[in-house]
Design a protein around this ligand. Structure first.
Ligand code: GDP
Length: 304
């Protein structure tokens, strides 16, 4: 991910090396190259436009620095702008003052929600939390089973009632909203301090799916709604993110499949376009392929 963007930016900066002072023409040329590199990496047009304008404005205002040459100063500006579009500071998970903390996952089918649910559960358990996974994806055949397998791997129980399975809060209706509500009640009764609610997605944004997600949100009043997005989906990422933001007003973004070789720029746009921070990254199929997302580290990785 980001390899090509990274190479392009590095090449652009190389041409500034050795310059004692940057002329306006140097800056224009550099900003043009940066703009092209971002567009070729699939960063959304409005994000590129704003990015380029900020870089240009700051580069024109550069004071002669004792410690950094102009090329290094431009790298620093680009680094700052990357951090900014990725959401700025690292955003920690918002934990409820009175447990359980409710975390709802939303996103398209195949985005990586069920996988993320297992990863998040394992990560939280390692920090001493006692999570409960709740299987509300009743749409996709196998989603409940997949969550149960992930729960088993993470050593975390899964609330997944279905006909024939008795539970104190038998929802067993095939109604995901009831399952979500009962899952949270189960967590409260059994003293789990975090509940992770996995929800159904569809292949594309769809009114019924969004209504169901919004209904689940209203029923369980989550502390966090994490929008999981496949970083490989390219320019569609922006429209999808906007639709989910309008539909469920998510609180944070999870970039999944960051281990892939997609250009990655669309993922860069999501935080900037929605104003919601990227909080976690999913980087593979096993439960340990998961990291807290640090905008500054990602920016350094891109500019490495
Ligand atoms: P859901 O429909 O949103 O619940 O998506 P799943 O969690 O079922 O994931 C869809 C597919 O993507 C599965 O085959 C996962 O193994 C795979 N997957 C999920 N996250 C990642 C990731 O970070 N990297 C890679 N390479 N594959 C992933």
């Amino acid at each position: 991910m980001f390899n090509s963007l990274s190479d392009r930016l590095t090449a652009t900066f190389k041409s500034l090396r050795g310059k004692g002072r940057l002329s306006e023409a140097d800056i224009d040329g550099t900003v043009r190259e940066i703009r092209r590199a971002l567009l070729d990496a699939d960063v959304a047009v409005p994000v590129v436009r704003e990015f380029a304008a900020h870089v240009k404005e700051r580069a024109l205002g550069l004071e002669v620095s004792q410690s950094l040459n102009p090329g290094q100063q431009v790298v620093k500006i680009v680094n700052d702008e990357l951090v900014r579009i990725l959401g700025g500071e690292t955003r920690r998970l918002n934990l409820a003052k009175t447990p359980p903390t409710v975390i709802m996952l939303a996103g398209l089918q195949g985005a990586g929600k069920t996988t993320l649910a297992g990863k998040l559960a394992k990560w939280l358990k390692a920090q001493g939390h006692t999570p409960l996974l709740v299987a509300c994806d009743l749409q996709r055949p196998n989603a409940v089973k997949q969550l149960q397998i992930n729960g088993q791997r993470a050593g975390v129980p899964v609330y997944a009632p279905h006909p024939g399975v008795s539970s104190e809060f038998e929802s067993a209706t095939g109604d995901p909203v009831a399952v979500a509500r009962d899952g949270v009640a189960e967590a409260r009764a059994k003293l789990h301090d975090v509940v992770i609610v996995d929800t159904a997605g569809r292949l594309g944004v769809d009114e019924e799916m969004m209504r169901q997600a919004a209904d689940i949100r209203a029923a369980v009043n989550p502390d966090e709604v994490l929008f999981v997005i496949d970083a490989m989906i390219g320019q569609d990422a922006v429209n999808t993110a906007q639709a989910f933001n309008d539909g469920v007003n998510f609180t944070g973004v999870v970039l999944s499949k960051l281990d892939g070789d997609a250009r990655g720029g669309a993922a860069l746009s999501v935080a900037s376009i929605t104003g919601k921070p990227v909080m976690f990254a999913s980087t593979g199929e096993t439960l340990d392929d998961f990291e807290v997302f640090h905008p500054d580290r990602m920016a350094s990785r891109i500019l490495d």
